[in-house]
Design a protein around this ligand. Structure first.
Ligand SMILES: [Zn+2]
Length: 204
């Protein structure tokens, strides 16, 4: 299959968090993976946006906080393999600290994830028809990553807008925005709030 499809992006988010489906034809990637205990909402939202769950080739969490990775295991059980960057492996078990029993969180198993390095990300994405790469963008958390498409779209999770970065973290946050810009990012698809141009975020 060498035919390449234009990449489209839809938001299947709910409860003030954005979940993005990046599609090349019917080959799809889900960026950020729902709140714990909300698989019904996620399924309804995917249905509403005409995204068959069986067409989602991978799930990718921008970082392991509960509103971004809370359904990772249930999505795996529904047939969506989990892509984990090597810098994220340690963060997965730590996420449980923030979860209460009533959240109905299903623990993420570790042996059956697709673990990759940033250097491998372009070829993994290429295999599902999506031109781009995954880059390390710490600042909000050490395990924060961004998906950067070759068309300039950057899925940044909770990477702090530079104006809001507190002093201790400002250097790390600023380096992450600089990296995104240097790699060609022009538009930000954040974990919360509207899509925006990157310009306001990248220079202090
Ligand atoms: Zn977060």
């Amino acid at each position: 299959m060498s035919k390449s499809w234009p990449v489209t992006i839809v938001n299947v988010g709910y409860r003030s968090t954005n979940y993005w489906v990046v599609s090349a034809g019917t080959s799809r990637l889900l960026v950020d993976l729902g709140w714990p205990g909300t698989m019904g909402w996620m399924r309804a939202s995917l249905d509403r946006m005409d995204v068959p769950i069986k067409e989602i080739r991978y799930g990718l969490a921008t970082h392991y906080h509960i509103d971004h990775a809370g359904l990772a295991q249930e999505l795996k059980e529904a047939g969506v393999p989990l892509l984990v960057l090597d810098v994220q492996v340690r963060a997965i078990p730590l996420m449980k600290r923030w979860i209460k029993p009533q959240d109905q969180y299903v623990d993420i198993t570790m042996h059956d994830n697709v673990t990759l390095s940033f250097a491998e990300s372009r070829s993994v994405l290429e295999r599902i028809g999506i031109p781009g790469e995954i880059v390390h963008t710490p600042g909000h958390s050490d395990d924060s990553i961004s998906l950067l498409l070759d068309d300039g779209s950057a899925f940044t999770g909770d990477l702090t807008p530079l104006a809001l970065a507190i002093e201790d973290h400002a250097a790390v946050v600023s380096a992450s925005w600089r990296l995104l810009r240097e790699c060609g990012a022009t538009r930000v698809y954040p974990g919360h709030g509207p899509v925006r141009p990157i310009d306001g975020d990248s220079f202090a």
